[in-house]
Design a binder for this molecule. Structure first.
Ligand code: FAD
Length: 391
């Protein structure tokens, strides 16, 4: 494995670091004070700055308006994005990788405007009764033989996106007699029959909302099918792998910022006439967190390197689960320790450690809970071999 970074990769890393430092971090406290309920358009300057810094559409090819980054380059950027709170990086224009399966018309209507920051999509898989077990999805698409259109019905939970999100990738089953074919549809939010039925607040204060939708006889043309009938599970897996690697990278980045803040604070703070950093009860948890942060970073970069170098996709899948599991659990431990080092200030929302403690919690839940990552890893240990999963 080759981990030394090229001059171009170092430049990209520095560009992402500057963007986080100059654009995202200065907005964090204002966003938190507003409880995340900022006016529409508040994120526009972030979008514009991201485009100017060429950080939009990172994983997507240049030919369609993306940046064409390797997986390792995506990780380098997400390590920086993880050093901001509020999920403000979510305003950066981009698109789910499954949109690479869009046909020409879908590219023009969904993918290209997403990369220009004019449209934003969500990915609606989870339902009331189908969370970890996505096979239990009840949402349906039934073809109307008279027109060839499809009628979509279902209820979707936790449909993530900023408040101006205007289309969803809807994961459902095309019903043909007794058969069910898992399929993705592109659905505009303004389609008759599509409604937000609940828009709850969550533990974190985040750029994204996560509303619940209901679709009642939403009529879409057959051209709304993304990637073909029966392809949803395969396509959604591709998304999970990419996003799990990104989560690993952001968690590693969050730990780096938390540690920098903690070292800065603990070496200045005097109690009992001494720097609190000189009490091992304070510095040892930070040393443990440094070990966690370094391991999370290496594991995630290794997974990216394997993906870039043509490793078996199934092994990369398992590695992505390892990276996500380890990094998200470690980052939460780290945030908890750093809150303790900050004492009462660690409990104030104006201080980043408090925000990280709330925000990092969800990384152990979404894109597959930690238990589901363990299932993926355990299966891979048996099927692919311990040496390939661990090595
Ligand atoms: C803020 C937020 C944003 C989200 N965004 C999206 C989104 O954009 N799109 C989307 O489709 N979904 C989204 N989700 C949904 C998320 O992916 C699910 O919450 C997650 O997969 C878990 O499903 P569940 O909540 O139904 O929990 P359940 O599946 O009911 O699980 C409950 C508990 O049981 C455990 N469990 C379940 N099965 C097993 C098993 N076989 N072995 C061991 N333990 C098990 C779980 O690990 C968990 O601890 C989001 C969730 C949140 C909180």
């Amino acid at each position: 494995m080759e981990f030394s970074l090229s001059p171009a990769q170092l430049e990209l890393q520095a560009r992402a670091r500057d963007f986080v430092h100059d654009v995202l971090q200065p907005r964090e406290v204002e966003f938190e004070r507003a409880g995340g309920h900022v006016p529409r358009g508040w994120g526009r300057p972030i979008r514009e700055a991201a485009i100017e810094a060429r950080l939009h559409g990172g994983s997507l090819p240049r030919g369609i308006g993306g940046q064409g980054w390797s997986v390792l380059e995506q990780v380098l950027v997400h390590e920086q994005l993880g050093q901001s709170t509020g999920g403000l990086w979510s305003y950066i224009p981009g698109a789910y990788n499954v949109l690479l399966y869009a046909d020409d018309d879908q590219r023009r209507r969904y993918l290209e405007p997403s990369l220009r920051g004019e449209r934003t999509g969500s990915y609606a898989i989870t339902e009331d009764g189908a969370g970890s077990d996505a096979r239990a999805i009840q949402a349906t698409a039934v073809r109307d033989p008279a027109t060839g259109d499809y009628l979509l019905n279902g209820e979707k939970w936790f449909v993530t996106g900023p408040d101006d999100t205007d289309f969803m990738i809807f994961h459902c089953n095309v019903v043909e007699g007794e058969d069910r074919h898992p399929t993705l549809f592109l659905v505009d939010y303004d389609r008759p029959g599509l409604e937000i039925q609940h828009d709850p607040d969550y533990t974190h204060t985040f750029a994204d909302r996560h509303p619940q939708f209901v679709l009642r006889d939403v009529r879409v043309p057959a051209s709304a099918i993304l990637g073909g009938i029966g392809q949803a599970n395969e396509l959604t897996n591709e998304w999970f792998v990419e996003e799990r690697i990104h989560i690993g990278a952001r968690c590693a980045g969050a730990m780096e910022r938390l540690l920098a803040l903690a070292v800065g604070w603990a070496t200045e703070r005097i109690q009992f006439g001494e720097r609190i950093y000189d009490f091992q009860g304070v510095s040892f948890p930070l040393a443990d967190s440094a070990a966690d942060a370094a391991a999370a970073k290496l594991l995630t970069r290794q997974c990216a390197w394997m993906a870039d170098n043509g490793a078996d996709r199934k092994v990369v899948h398992a590695k992505a689960s390892l990276a996500k599991l380890f990094a998200s659990e470690a980052a939460y431990r780290c945030a908890d320790r750093v809150v303790q080092v900050f004492g009462g200030r660690g409990y104030m929302r104006e201080f980043a450690p408090e925000r990280f403690l709330r925000e990092l919690r969800v990384d152990r839940i979404w894109e597959g809970t930690s238990e589901i990552q363990r299932l993926v890893i355990a299966r891979a240990l048996e099927k692919r071999g311990v040496d390939r999963v661990v090595g």
